[in-house]
Design a protein around this ligand. Structure first.
Ligand code: GLU
Length: 424
């Protein structure tokens, strides 16, 4: 099926431009009026701070920290905090906007935000990361809040950092406020099912898309680029549903086994091997880039932005792409993928399982109650499936790709809400 979509307006592969060109295309298809378009196109608030931190050798290093609130029209803003050397304002702005659209697609009452610190956590000690996290929280004390802006993990952060963030915020407030952040360790009010939630949502979206494409999961071959939290859980859960995960990759390279990678073994190996798969013997090592162009049924990019670009899109040899990462396909690659008739379950739909269970964590914290894993999974699976069906229906109605349909669903919800709320 080929889609008729205008080429992106800007020919620049920067995450914010990529987000904006899809936003423009979807706004046109939806017939969004200029006034609301102008409200939604720029972030509501952008904060940049300098964070001096004493390192273990007593030197002082200054880090750059960011938080962008794209929108709080649907509710308090929500989104992760990323620790990576590539963090910069344009990236954080794009990721914040994607959170707005993601929360709207799955119909949860949150706006969108994202934060980040430019740092290399792999080269820092736990003590240094802890001091940096506390300094960041202190600097953002006026921004964060359970009814204002609720951070969560993203690349380079996890439950450990969220615990420090929750503790630092609680000290400033003079009381324990666990609903200020999600993705916490279980003992601090984290939710059962949160760790695997994004990967689980990827699995639900992948199975829903396979059903539409009439791909039998028991005969499907899958390649998963990125073997962090999202990629490893997605691989494990897809394997559990009968799929054959033939390749996985991480920073050390890609690992291929045509009979299927034993995913649990790969995870165990990674956890004992400093977090990477180098030396994993139950698969053949291939170049990291080659995983994108393998001939398989389903490709799951689950690492970072811009791995599918105009440079490799024409060589992609799959029927379905399920985006576990945020922004893995550049806007300029969209028409190439569409022309090849490949279905894409886009990021703002496919990886929304994480923020969905973050929402459940926030609800449980506010109720002062804990749900069973069974309840969390059942409710998040339903939300993901309903969101998939809404987006699929919109793609037929507007005759657009699943990606533009997801933006249409999201923009429609946010713009309708804005019209009821009104402005100054
Ligand atoms: N960082 C995740 C994402 O990009 C989760 C955000 C959240 O749970 O608030 O969706």
């Amino acid at each position: 099926m080929a889609y008729i979509e205008p080429a992106p307006i800007k020919d620049k592969e920067n995450p914010f431009e990529s987000m904006m060109s899809r936003f423009q295309i979807a706004s046109q298809a939806l017939g969004l009026d200029d006034e609301v378009y102008n409200v939604l196109k720029s972030p509501a608030k952008q904060v940049q701070v300098s964070l001096p931190v004493t390192m273990d050798d007593s030197s002082i290093q200054v880090f750059e920290g960011f938080r962008v609130i794209h929108s709080n029209i649907l509710g308090p803003s929500k989104g992760g905090v990323r620790y990576d050397m590539s963090v910069h304002m344009d990236e954080v702005k794009a990721l914040a906007a994607w959170m707005t659209w993601k929360c709207a697609v799955v119909d949860i009452p949150f706006g969108g935000a994202k934060g980040g610190i430019k740092c290399n956590p792999r080269q820092m000690s736990a003590g240094e990361i802890e001091r940096l996290t506390r300094a960041y929280t202190f600097a953002m004390a006026e921004i964060f809040g359970p009814d204002r802006d609720i951070p969560a993990p993203d690349m380079g952060t996890g439950p450990r950092e969220m615990a420090w963030l929750m503790d630092a915020y609680s000290r400033i407030q003079g009381m324990t406020v666990n609903s200020v952040v999600t993705g916490k360790p279980l003992v601090l009010g984290g939710s059962l099912g949160r760790a695997e939630a994004t990967g689980r949502g990827v699995m639900v979206a992948a199975l829903a898309a396979m059903e539409k494409l009439k791909i039998n999961p028991y005969q499907a071959s899958i390649a998963v680029q990125g073997f962090g939290n999202v990629g490893s859980y997605a691989s494990l859960l897809l394997e559990e549903r009968g799929c054959r995960v033939v390749a996985v990759s991480d920073l050390s390279g890609a690992y291929y086994n045509k009979n299927g990678i034993p995913v649990e073994e790969a995870i165990k190996y990674r956890d004992k091997n400093n977090g990477h798969l180098e030396g994993f013997e139950m698969a053949e090592k291939i170049s990291g880039e080659d995983i994108i162009t393998l001939k398989v049924d389903v490709l799951v990019p689950a690492a970072t932005e811009d791995v599918i670009t105009t440079k490799n899109a024409d060589k992609i040899n799959v029927r379905l792409i399920v985006e576990g990462a945020n922004g893995p396909t550049s806007a300029n690659a969209d028409p190439i993928i569409n022309d090849k008739g490949i279905m894409v379950a886009p990021d703002i739909l496919a990886n929304a399982g994480g923020v969905t269970v973050s929402y459940f964590e926030w609800v449980q914290n506010r109720l002062g109650y804990k749900w069973s894993a069974e309840r969390v999974n059942r409710r998040s699976d339903r939300i993901m499936k309903d969101a998939f069906d809404r987006v699929y229906k919109a793609s037929l109605e507007y005759k657009v790709s699943m990606r533009i349909a997801a933006y249409i669903v999201a923009i429609d919800k946010v713009s309708k809400t804005y019209k009821f709320r009104g402005g100054f």
